[in-house]
Design a protein around this ligand. Structure first.
Ligand code: MG
Length: 169
């Protein structure tokens, strides 16, 4: 059985994952406006992943007969002045999500909640990947972003990303 505190914390995490999806959709739309369809695609896939993360937590709560409390999703409302800005904002955001997952992990340790800890192990690894991916995009943009032809190549590369439904093994 999950503690009340853990149930509340997981509900808050669900909201953060949906907010992440919203934030990445906004970034995707920014790149769409700039005719960078590869960057748009990359962030649309990112948004889908975040929705899937939210659903993993939703289903986890439902499996334990815990109430899923869907709160309002905050408005991202960001404006971006150049192509690099969303990339930097996404790394910053992922670091915040990592901190949030770490807090959940800490709570699972306090609660002796071994099962939730096992689920969170997956999210700890996922956040490692998310931060590496976000940093990687910044690094590539710094090398190729200023050159129009190289930027186009990078855009084409990002166009190839496809969504794979995440499963907790
Ligand atoms: Mg996530």
């Amino acid at each position: 059985m999950l503690s009340e505190k853990m149930t509340e914390a997981l509900n808050q995490q669900i909201n953060k994952e949906f907010y992440s999806a919203y934030l990445y959709l906004e970034m995707a739309n920014y790149y769409a406006d700039e005719s960078l369809d590869g960057f748009q695609n990359w962030f649309n896939v990112q948004a889908k992943e975040e929705m899937a993360h939210a659903m993993l937590f939703v289903n986890y709560l439902l499996d334990h007969s815990c109430h899923v409390n869907l709160e309002a999703i905050a408005k991202p409302g960001q404006t971006y002045n150049d192509y690099k800005a969303p990339l930097e904002a996404s790394l910053k955001h992922e670091k915040e999500i990592t901190a949030s997952i770490n807090n959940l992990y800490e709570l699972s340790v306090q609660d002796n909640d071994y099962r939730t800890r096992q689920i969170l192990d997956w999210f700890i690894r996922e956040q490692y990947e998310e931060e590496v991916n976000a940093q990687n995009l910044i690094d590539r943009y710094e090398i190729f972003g200023e050159d129009k032809h190289a930027l186009w190549e990078m855009n084409q590369d990002l166009l190839a990303r496809t969504f794979v439904e995440p499963t907790i093994a």
